[in-house]
Ligand binder design. Sequence first.
Ligand code: OOG
Ligand code: MG
Length: 266
Amino acid sequence: MSTDIARIATALDRAARQAEPLAQFSASSPFSLDEAYLIQRASMARRYADGERMVGVKLGFTSRAKMIQMGVDSLIWGWLTDAMLEEDGGVVDLGRFIHPRAEPEVCFVTRRAIERPLTQLEAADYLEAVAPAIEIIDSRYQAFKFSLEDVVADNCSSSGLVVGAWSRDFAGLANAGVLMRIDGRVVQAGSTAAILGHPLRSLVQASQLLARAEIALPAGSLIMAGAATAAEALTPGAHVSVEIAGYGECGFTCSAARAPQQGTRA
Ligand code: OOG
Ligand code: MG
């Protein structure tokens, strides 16, 4: 299996760099969820070797809307790097993606290192701030279709993120309205309560998953809590914004150039 881990990790890394989709692996050479996280780690190691820097972690499938859209029903996590950071209000180059989608998220930045599982009561104490955010996901698999193991191996489709202005108000997060707009039109509406009942639960979950993987997350790391609604496909020139009531908004404009291949929407 170790050769398979290296082979799949290399293929996924190449697909991401070249923005070329791959067939799912799990259908032809099945692997376990533990092996999927090993593939994820091996593929990220290639990026770190090339100078990319880890800036935090993301959770996936923390809302029912996302689970239903993608047909997957377990929480997953992956890595965020500096190369994924896009400027709030900036232009995002669609040329580096295969079939990108955007989804509304809540982003935390940690104040203390997370080295053990946290309770929900202590979670806020580990945080410096929270901000409205947009995640750009771009599955490396054809037609954006995958099994749970495939998507974990693919670093949970992580590709980009835009983070808005930071706030220290964690109390308002329980049930804040979430709107995602494309060209000013509301395309997704929801609530932060859709994220595991409360976005702080994502932090608790992240701490448990990291402890299980024997990973300590340094202070100053970003944690993306997972999308509150389904994701929307990005198209050339589109302006995407996300507003979280009480926390403001963030957004970006897609470059005019076409992405190499547009995926099908779930
Ligand atoms: C996997 C990533 C899921 C989220 O916020 O739920 C995710 C995908 O949908 O391709 O990032
Ligand atoms: Mg996400």
